[in-house]
Design a protein around this ligand. Structure first.
Ligand SMILES: [Zn+2]
Length: 296
């Protein structure tokens, strides 16, 4: 991956992203160990780094029927009796078995449970809108490898014949600022954020990127077979980049702006305080991400 070999020392690589081995069954958000889901509390959290926690979460994702069908798929079935072919060379028996299995896949599908894509921020949050400005760090998005200040990932899978639902959602930011229209600043600390996943771009993940990503959110993935905790048919990614307009909702605390003193500016020349987002801020990109990483 050529982009990973960037000479910029400030790039947060895949290994710098915090591992997020905890899954919330309520909204399928991935969380760092010890965290609570800001939307669902700690009601439905599963630690995927533990075998038992992972197994329990898989049972949330896959219904008993789906699990039974999955097991049956790997067992010799009725078709072996119907199309007796002891040498495995009879073309008619082979075609018959293939058709039988294809029919079973079509009419007895193994589909996961998902959750709805839309998620409204809690009410009574303050809302600001402004332009994203870079601070010290920048990171690489897990699938596209593009430089960004925050990325969101969405996995979706068909859960019925016509409906697809969310099986994983994720969003991580490095610290950045949002410059508001009046010149004041809102600071987003690095860590987990909520990012509107409406404008996700579908990505065909490379095997290596997928492996690295799954290691962050499902540590036992490489050693596990069978039904997966985060099944997907589509992977979507959304980015927040320098220069982009975003809307932010959250709770904020005023803090003296350290850069005012650092730059030797008088308090008259620059606003003395900034607003720092506390808890998990909700971000919604307005318009498309700028194509080149600005210097923000
Ligand atoms: Zn949740």
């Amino acid at each position: 991956m050529a982009r990973r070999s960037s000479t910029h020392s400030d790039l947060s690589s895949a290994s710098a992203r915090p591992p997020r081995p905890v899954a919330c069954a309520g909204c399928r958000t991935v969380l760092v160990a010890g965290a609570t889901c800001d939307r669902c509390g700690d009601e439905a959290l599963f630690d995927l780094a533990q075998r038992r926690g992972r197994r329990s979460f898989v049972e949330q994702v896959w219904s008993e029927t789906a699990r039974r069908r999955f097991e049956q798929r790997n067992e010799p079935g009725f078709e072996d009796y119907l199309f007796d072919d002891s040498d495995g060379t009879d073309p008619i028996a082979m075609a018959g078995k293939w058709l039988w299995r294809a029919g079973r896949r079509r009419f007895l599908p193994v589909k996961p449970r998902g959750v709805s894509r839309g998620m409204a921020p809690p009410p009574h949050l303050r809302t600001f809108e402004g332009v994203v400005r870079r601070r010290d760090g920048i990171q690489l998005a897990p699938f596209s490898g593009r430089r960004c200040l925050a990325f969101g990932v969405l996995f979706t899978h068909l859960t019925s014949v016509w409906r697809s639902a969310v099986t994983l959602r994720d969003a991580v930011a490095v610290e950045f600022d949002i410059e508001l229209n009046d010149g004041s600043t809102v600071r987003v600390p690095g860590g987990r954020v909520r990012l509107s996943l409406r404008a996700t771009e579908t990505i065909r993940p490379r095997a290596r990127a997928l492996r690295e990503y799954l290691a962050e959110v499902d540590p036992l993935h490489a050693r596990s077979e069978g039904l997966q905790p985060y099944p997907f048919q589509r992977v979507g990614e959304v980015l927040v980049r320098p220069g982009q307009r975003v809307e932010i909702r959250g709770t904020f605390e005023p803090m003296p702006d350290p850069s005012v003193a650092e730059r030797g500016l008088s308090y008259r020349a620059a606003p003395p305080t900034i607003l720092v987002a506390t808890g998990t801020p909700w971000l919604r990109p307005r318009g498309r991400a700028p194509s080149a990483a600005g210097r923000g």
